[in-house]
Structure formats: C-alpha cells, structure tokens
Design a protein around this ligand. Structure first.
Ligand SMILES: [Zn+2]
Length: 326
C-alpha cells in the first residue's frame, strides 16, 4: 500500500511540477533567436570568461546588465533607474570605442567584467542563480524596467554622462573630485539616508599583521602594538579625510596609501572605516559598500519604496542631468 502511495505521489509531482516545467522549457528552446531589426542599435560585447565576442541588440544587452548589476527583488523604479544608467554607460563606451578602440578588448565596445566595464548575466547564469520559477518572475520584471525606459539616457549639457554607481554609500555619497581627483558637476556629494537600513551598511574584516605585511608590502610585525592604535599610533595613521568623512590618505608602516588603493589591496567594502588592534590582528569596521560616487543602488531602492520614480531617483543622485531619448 505504501509503495502504491509513493508512486502516486511521484506521479502527482510529475503532473504538477515536472511536466509543465518541461513544456515551458521546450517552448523556450523552440523560440527563434532575437531578430535584429533595421536601425536597431547593436553592441559588440566581449565575454571575458569565455573569451568571445557577441553582437547583441542594445536593449537585449541592457536586460542582462541590469540583472547582473542590481538585485532583482529591488523596486521596479530602482530597476528602471539602473537600466537608464546602464544604457548611458554602454552608449558612452560605444562612442569611445569608435574614436579609440579599448586596449582590453579592441574589437568590442564593452566587456562583461564588472572590474573593467559592467557585469552582464546571461539567462543560464540567471536560471541557476534564481531557480526555475523565480527566473520567469524576475526576468520579466527586469525586461519590463528596460522596456519602460527604452532608449533613455542621461546627459549633462547635451553629452552622455559617466553614470557611476555603487551599492551603498553609507549615508552620504562622495564627489568624484574627492575619490578620483576629477571634478564633475553632476557627481557631487548628496545625502543618502536610505542606505542605513540596507544590508552591506556595515561590515567587519580582520587581517593578521602578517597578512597586512604581505598584501601591503610593509612590516607591521616589527612595530610595537601601541604604534598601530587608531588614536595616537604612529605606524598606522589617517593623514587626510574627505569632506564626507571617508579616509583619503593613510600612512601604514613606512608607506602612504590613497584609501582607494588600500581598499583594493585589502578588499575592503569601502574607504569609510575605523580599526582596532586585537593581539596580532587588525580589525577594520567599514560603513557602506563601493566607492560612494554617483547613484547609491540601495538608496535608489529606498527612494523607490518612498514612491519616487526613476527620473526623480536619477536626477537626485546625478545633479543637473537630463533624461533624453537616443
Ligand atoms: Zn571592458
């Protein structure tokens, strides 16, 4: 009797879950590839992991970028803001590649390496990340955000802007001048209080002195512990802070580091940090996630939750910009 029940349950499961799933997957497999229409903007995308170039319609590419760069459970208006930022960045890269091919990918406009250009998540990656049912839900949500903003880009005085963004500013975004030393009128510091309720707001990362020495090429092991103390220490000392309180330059051992460089070398979430010394370890407490310049993604989500639309979000984080159709 038990055996019969078991088979019965398996059959029910097959009828309700597996068979419909196979049918949907089957339909998807037989769908024709995306047709390229005349006049449609194309983008040459270098896939850095598989080392090949695919030519894709712009709007289709943007769907994969939004999926790769922003959590899909974010508010629709935040996803739309991300889509406009991603499209602006892509068209800017296409323009630049036309004038001077990129050294990293001379035959492509843009690449899928987030450390170089911007992330891109293909369907097979998303299906794994989201699972079968969420794939359909999230994919159509992102498709809708891209479709609703089709062709829209951000300009300042008629030119495409550099639409940089980060995950979480920690409460106040940073100006481009403070982080990269180039002042851009639309990349100024603005308050972003929504970030404080988000994940990644604060983090703790510890390194042994040995690890610090190896990663930074210094010799902290030879230094007395008191010299590493956050206040009054001579071997680890903040030299300069930015207007928003992030660290700009710091002395460690006998070297001076730009905080952005230190962040990269140690893999710190942000340059807004304090530290403590515990035995032979240095513990960093960081606030925010990312360089802090431009749009805060968690801030965008917070604004959307408060009822702001994508245009209000974008013109808040990028001051003085216009949303144009290209
Ligand atoms: Zn690239």
């Amino acid at each position: 009797m038990r055996k019969v029940m078991g088979i019965f349950i398996i059959l029910i499961f097959a009828a309700v879950i597996i068979v419909p799933a196979m049918i949907i997957e089957g339909i998807r497999l037989f769908q024709p590839p995306v047709q390229v229409q005349a006049g449609q903007q194309l983008v040459r995308v270098y896939f850095h992991q598989s080392d090949d170039i695919k030519i894709m319609p712009l709007e289709q590419y943007i769907i994969g970028v939004v999926a790769g760069e922003m959590p899909a459970n974010f508010e629709p208006e935040a996803l739309k803001a991300q889509a406009v930022a991603a499209r602006t960045y892509t068209l800017k890269k296409i323009e630049e590649a036309r004038n001077k091919p990129d050294d990293h990918h001379p035959s492509a406009d843009i690449c899928t390496d987030p450390a170089h250009c911007q992330a891109f998540a293909a369907d097979d990656v998303l299906r794994q990340r989201w699972g079968f049912f969420n794939f359909w839900r999230y994919k159509s949500k992102i498709q809708e955000a891209v479709r609703a903003t089709q062709g829209m880009v951000l300009t300042y005085q008629g030119k495409l802007i550099d639409p940089v963004y980060h995950a979480n500013s920690g409460g106040r975004t940073e100006s481009a001048a403070a982080v990269w030393g180039r002042d851009l009128p639309y990349l100024q510091s603005v308050s972003s209080p929504w970030d404080k309720e988000a994940p990644h707001y604060q983090a703790t990362i510890a390194f042994t002195l040995e690890e610090m020495d190896r990663k930074l090429g210094v010799n902290l092991k030879a230094v007395p512990a008191a010299a590493l103390a956050p206040s009054g220490g001579t071997a680890m000392k903040v030299l300069e802070k930015t207007a928003t309180g992030r660290i700009k330059t710091i002395k460690i051992g006998n070297k001076t580091f730009a905080a952005t460089e230190l962040r990269q070398l140690l893999g710190l979430p942000s340059t807004d940090f304090t530290w403590q010394v515990q035995g032979d370890r240095i513990i960093f407490n960081t606030t925010g996630y990312g360089h802090g310049v431009g749009m805060s993604q968690y801030g965008a989500n917070g604004m959307a939750r408060e009822g702001k639309n994508f245009a209000e979000i974008l013109t808040y984080y990028y001051r003085g910009v216009k949303i144009e159709n290209r």
